[in-house]
Design a protein around this ligand. Structure first.
Ligand code: AMP
Ligand code: ZN
Length: 114
């Protein structure tokens, strides 16, 4: 997708601190971390938001959710816990229109969100 910042990160056109990559997914560190660990997990195929998850190959959806606890373990946050976030649409606080999941951990996170 032209002009999508996350597609550009996947292609290496914009630098990012890569954490993990497979044929189907890309994981990198958020540029404005909201917790000591703040990763973004994205499918390589461009999908606008959670509203369009049905158009993602279920194998890729599964891969995303399978990799999350592995990333948590690698980053030392699996025991104390972490939060997985998807912001969808303007009311959900989505600012980048490429489906992504935030993995946040390393501090005690408050609830409810603002
Ligand atoms: P959201 O607000 O849920 O759409 O999340 C978008 C996230 O992308 C925000 O947490 C931003 O800090 C992050 N972000 C935006 N641009 C970049 C970038 N170039 N590299 C890494 N993270 C980014
Ligand atoms: Zn994209």
């Amino acid at each position: 997708m032209e002009n999508c910042i996350f597609c550009k990160i996947i292609k290496g056109e914009i630098p990012a601190k890569k954490e993990y990559e497979s044929d189907s997914i890309f994981v990198f560190h958020d540029i404005t971390p909201q917790a000591p660990i703040h990763l973004l997990i994205i499918p390589k195929v461009h999908i606008n938001s959670m509203n369009d998850i049905a158009s993602l190959d279920p194998k890729v959806t599964n891969e995303i959710f399978q990799v999350i606890p592995k990333l948590a373990e690698k980053n030392g946050i699996h025991e104390k816990g972490y939060r997985l976030v998807n912001n969808c649409g303007s009311y959900g606080g989505q600012t980048v229109g490429h489906l992504h999941f935030h993995l946040l951990g390393g501090r005690h996170l408050q609830w409810p969100p603002g």
